[in-house]
Design a protein. Structure first.
Length: 223
């Protein structure tokens, strides 16, 4: 779980430690994984200073949660987290620490597919018309949205496939499935519909949206 970003788009606030309806964003992102008994360990890649002195609530989550120093980029943090995982694993899932609304059902579906030998990417179908544009902002083409999805996380893969993909390249990126695709490993990657509410808390407005979604979920559960 990469969580070492500087939070520039959040005004310098570290997103994983923001309070969201009374709980840190990172805690909400972790909980669906810790609730799955198949998950034997989670490595949270934090900035070097935070990894040296993680908050008490994070240490209190138990021995399955390990903290590791991340890197300057997302890819470097994922590499550091993979290196800190146990050697004998069937599946490795990567999840953005700033996605606190992921459900246990989506996590379980991604793990299920990876256990069957597939790659699994949480996401949702594109509903807006998308434009491909050049560096000057001019429209180049309008791809057919019927075949387009928004990629989110978690993204889960057979462990050896993800380890090999990261070992074979120093390429940087924001999507682990893209690394698998370029590695030409032959792994079939399937999308898991997580819906439009598995948002990433990136800007201050996202906190307001995430809290509204949480209130709506709680109201449905109470009803």
């Amino acid at each position: 779980m990469p969580a070492a970003g500087s939070g520039e788009r959040m005004g310098g606030v570290r997103k994983p430690f923001l309070e969201l309806a009374g709980e840190p964003v990172l805690l909400r992102a972790l909980r669906p994984f810790l609730d799955d008994p198949r998950v034997v360990g989670v490595v949270v890649a934090l900035s070097a200073d935070q990894a040296a002195t993680p908050p008490d609530w994070l240490r209190a989550l138990g021995p399955r949660v390990v903290v590791a120093p991340g890197g300057a980029t997302r890819s470097q943090s994922v590499r550091a987290a993979i290196a800190a995982l146990p050697a004998e694993l069937d599946v490795i899932a990567v999840h953005d620490a700033a996605r606190p609304l992921v459900t246990s059902e989506v996590v379980a579906s991604c793990i299920d597919l990876a256990l069957e030998g597939f790659g699994a990417v949480a996401g949702c179908p594109a509903v807006d018309t998308l434009k491909r544009v050049g560096t000057d902002g001019a429209v180049i083409e309008t791809p057919d949205r019927a075949s387009l999805w928004h990629a989110q996380t978690p993204q889960a893969f057979p462990a050896h496939v993800l380890r090999s993909a990261y070992a074979d390249t120093t390429e940087e990126g924001t999507d682990d499935a893209a690394l698998i695709e370029r590695a030409a490993s032959g792994t079939v990657i399937l999308m898991v519909d997580a819906g439009p509410f598995n948002l990433k808390v990136t800007r201050p407005l996202d906190v307001t949206l995430a809290e509204a979604i949480l209130r709506s979920r709680e109201a449905r559960e109470d009803g």
